[in-house]
Write a protein that binds this ligand. Structure first.
Ligand code: OAD
Length: 267
């Protein structure tokens, strides 16, 4: 992607989009979207690496988001994740989540084409916004796994009665999320790679593209011939490599983009 400079950076307010981007999305047989913590920022969920509010600015990921941390101190780790689960439960999908769900319905139901939403987020807000084909590469905070039997199920009751919570099998419960040093779920990763190898447009939305292998998927999409779009108020390591860099918050940029790409209702 080195030769491709951002063809268009829309001003933060007001969305004048490059017609070529609008045409590329309309022509796309297959669209892949990758989201990160930034798309949930406007729902009130902290990101990881933002200077002031980033989670990792206030907590050491090595102390909380690794198998070793859980082994060492299952009470603190499970309590921290359950607190995140309780906070997330108070948050709603924002206009960015909803715009992606609208774009997916138009692409798949109205046009019979493909749309895959890959997310690094564990908050479940894409599904709550109505997105259907969601691939949760880092798992979900709504499912917890028994460390004794490996059995996983959804837990919606908040908060757990004690920490670390116990499973019905008498083992400790851990969140069914990917921790540092763990492999991503194989089926989800294979789906992601397959879709990136055959998509026409790849969106990178609200991610600092620093955590691999998820961060490497944009390179795979580009190498396979996809046009690439970034939506982020800040620059990232791929900002100078994508075809279009839309420099703004997802909750503003995405509704504007979807409004211009989709035909006016009733046509
Ligand atoms: P980061 O916190 O690393 O990056 C969030 C990105 O969102 C930054 O580039 C922000 O500029 C951008 N951003 C902030 N507000 C935004 C908004 N309103 N609209 C659009 N973008 C916005 O979060 P991730 O890239 O998701 O993994 O982090 C990737 C992984 O690192 C996470 O899944 C997690 C973390 O450690 C694990 O815990 C395994």
């Amino acid at each position: 992607m080195g030769h491709l400079k951002p063809r268009y950076t829309c001003p933060l307010m007001g969305i004048q989009l490059d017609p070529e981007l609008v045409d590329a999305i309309r022509a796309a047989e297959s669209v892949v979207v990758m989201t990160g913590a930034g798309i949930s920022a406007e729902s009130g969920i902290p990101t990881f690496r933002d200077e002031l509010t980033g989670m990792w600015e206030n907590y050491d990921p090595e102390q909380l988001a690794t198998p070793q941390a859980f082994e060492r101190d299952p009470e603190t780790v499970s309590r921290w994740y359950d607190q995140r689960r309780a906070n997330i439960a108070k948050c709603e999908p924002n206009a960015g989540h909803q715009a992606l769900a609208t774009l997916e319905r138009w692409q798949t139901k109205d046009r019979g084409r493909r749309f895959t939403l890959l997310t690094q987020n564990i908050d479940g807000l894409h599904r709550r916004a109505g997105s259907a084909n969601v691939v949760e590469l880092h798992g979900t905070i709504w499912r917890w796994r028994c460390t004794k039997t490996g059995r996983e199920r959804e837990y919606r009751h908040i908060p757990f009665p004690s920490y670390p919570p116990l499973s019905e099998d008498g083992g400790l419960l851990r969140p069914a999320v990917v921790w540092f040093g763990e492999m991503l779920p194989e089926r989800e990763m294979m789906t992601a790679q397959r879709e990136c190898e055959s998509c026409d447009v790849y969106f990178s939305i609200g991610t600092s593209t620093q955590v691999f292998p998820a961060a490497g998927l944009i390179q795979l999409a580009h190498a396979s011939g996809a046009r690439t779009v970034e939506v982020n108020p800040e620059t990232t390591p791929v900002s100078n490599l994508v075809d279009w860099s839309l420099r703004g918050p997802a909750g503003t940029v995405l509704p504007g983009l979807v409004e211009r790409v989709m035909p006016p209702t009733g046509t």
